[in-house]
Design a protein around this ligand. Sequence first.
Ligand code: FMN
Length: 197
Amino acid sequence: MKTRITQMLNIEYPIIQAGMSWASSSAALPIAVSNAGGLGMIAAGPMYEQDFRKVLQAVRAGTDKPFAVNIPLYRPGAQAFLDMAYEFRVPVIFASQGGPKAHLARFREIGTRWVHVVSTLEHAGKAAAAGVDALAVVGAEAGGHPPANEVSSLVIVRKAARILRCRSWAAAVSPTAMALPLCLHWVQMPCNWGPAF
Ligand SMILES: Cc1cc2nc3c(=O)[nH]c(=O)nc-3n(C[C@H](O)[C@H](O)[C@H](O)COP(=O)(O)O)c2cc1C
């Protein structure tokens, strides 16, 4: 299945295994998802640096397909995790909770795609202006730390896509499992799923 996001991230299906602290802070799930043609993701949020290195090594050994790491930029030591992602030439970074601007040039040099996780139109606009490759727009029904407002992913992602239409990025939506056909066929957005995996 070819879409803008499959071409951008070099994956077979527009299905992304969302970064989930603890649940995907290890190698097995990301390896399985990437090998199946989606995008597997390591969640660095709760990890120690030495464990992150071991998991990166295991994922590199377990798949030759693209995979992602999720790094919350606010966390203490985020820079060390970014440095390791750079060292391992991680194909895709999903970053959240912090500005992307200071980091983009370095990762662009090595071909890493930068997807920024946002939950408001204001942050979507800022991240797009900074030049990220794609946005993961998260609405109220998403697991983890959804926004405090009650706006559904399917509303905010469409609105963000309309407002920023002219830019060359794609948006990912975080739907409940129920919304899969809607996302793939009606609004033609890739899915960034958590517990459905
Ligand atoms: C247990 C759990 C942990 C999560 N941890 C993170 C995290 O560390 N970083 C992050 O950006 N999102 C995190 N999320 C949010 C997911 O990346 C994703 O946006 C969300 O789960 C997708 O919606 P869904 O749960 O309806 O599939 C977490 C979600 C869950 C369920």
